[in-house]
Design a binder for this molecule. Sequence first.
Ligand SMILES: Cc1cc2nc3c(=O)[nH]c(=O)nc-3n(C[C@H](O)[C@H](O)[C@H](O)COP(=O)(O)OP(=O)(O)OC[C@H]3O[C@@H](n4cnc5c(N)ncnc54)[C@H](O)[C@@H]3O)c2cc1C
Length: 453
Amino acid sequence: MHKNPTQGRVFRAGDAGFEEAVLGTSFTVRDPGRRPDIVVQANDVYEVIAAVRQAAQDGMRIGMCSGGHSWAQNHIRDGGLMLDLSRLKRIEINPSKATAIIGPGVLAGELNAAAVKHRLFFPTAHAYTVGMGGFLLQGGFGWNSRALGMGCQNVTGIDVVLADGSLVHANEREHADLFWSARGAGPGFFGVVVRFHLQLHRRPRFIGLKSQVFRIKHLEEVMRWADNIGPQVSPQVEFQIVMNPKALLINAHGLEVIAPVMADSWSQAREMVDFMTHSPVRHLASLHLPLVPMSLEFMMKTGEKTLFLSNTRWSADNMWMNDPIEPLLPAIRQIADTQPPHPSHVLWLNWNPPASRPDMAFSVENRTYLALYCGLGKHVDEAAHVNWATDHMKSLAPWSRGIQLADENLARRPAKFVSDANMLRLDQARAKYDPQGRFHPWMGRLPAPGASA
Ligand SMILES: Cc1cc2nc3c(=O)[nH]c(=O)nc-3n(C[C@H](O)[C@H](O)[C@H](O)COP(=O)(O)OP(=O)(O)OC[C@H]3O[C@@H](n4cnc5c(N)ncnc54)[C@H](O)[C@@H]3O)c2cc1C
């Protein structure tokens, strides 16, 4: 199902259509200036195998993309082969076992639409057009992930084309180190995942959203309250604050306090968002909306229509935080004061992860998450804003506990994205599965733990 209408082709630098084959893969419309030598738009697994073997024979490096939503355009590298996997879009659902097998080119919204038909659910990315390939490899905080675990925790196996062109299955028992790596290595994974085997969940009976909007002058009071109440908020509520130059309905610089909730019933959901209804800052809100039932598809598409606009030059950066918000408030006020125009925005997310997770490469997370997204339309001067996200993250570095690969900017600002021990294990697995360095590594990284500066 969901076949891409255009049959994939091979383009070499200089061919008609080459530029579109490279840049057309990318959600952000910035031209990174990098170009591969050849683009292979694979139509099936056999074409992936053939492309990897050809690259090995020609001594070429490989970059790959599924949905092309890497903010940093990680897949567009200089030289070598770019493998476009967006046409690998098969979705097979087994309703009685609540499992699915999907191709990496399946979009978040497509998987959700297929699961809805069986009253099943998967914690996909929040925006409809995000590719499941990159999302699952980097960890993936999806819808209801605080309750159901990271996207990658719900992967039970993968089919991978390795650097020598062989196709293997990996799970907890077979090629366990490859499987371990695929759950968190993200844009530095060293194989081509051609199928993901997923565990699905029963669909929540109630899905909805509660929101309040505050003018930016109330930033400090609202953030103090949110940071304080966060640990008490149910894991089924994705409590977050979006700092938006054109906040919902007030159309001015403000804070959208948003609480998507997934529950068994309306009344349970209402109880879960009660902390907003009776909050001590409620009287400061310019707008207070009741809990509204919504389809997940509507929320996914609305996010893309209002915030994550396409046809925009995006850059992002992020950090995990553990400290109370108070000492960071002056820096967050600075972020607000320098915020580029809409659709640029800031996300503060109440995370408070569970005490433990399965052993997997994904290993850096913390109490709260802060991400800056700079989105520039055609006529906005890029030079004035392009470092906005990374510069602010640099200034907040003393409070950073690492970053999440979802919103990374490793080429501009290398940062810690897995624990030191896991970085060593990733390097060992890479040396074993990709000894010749066929696959591009991360665009930037900190020196290996223990290495001399
Ligand atoms: C609008 C928007 C909304 C987002 N929302 C969320 C969200 O809710 N939660 C979240 O966690 N993240 C989110 N992200 C971040 C997103 O999940 C990551 O950028 C992810 O990498 C996107 O996957 P992709 O397949 O579309 O990207 P791609 O750019 O295609 O892939 C990114 C990198 O992953 C690797 N890769 C991709 N596919 C494969 C494969 N099949 N085999 C091996 N390696 C592969 C490659 O190194 C590639 O360069 C969002 C991003 C955007 C732009």
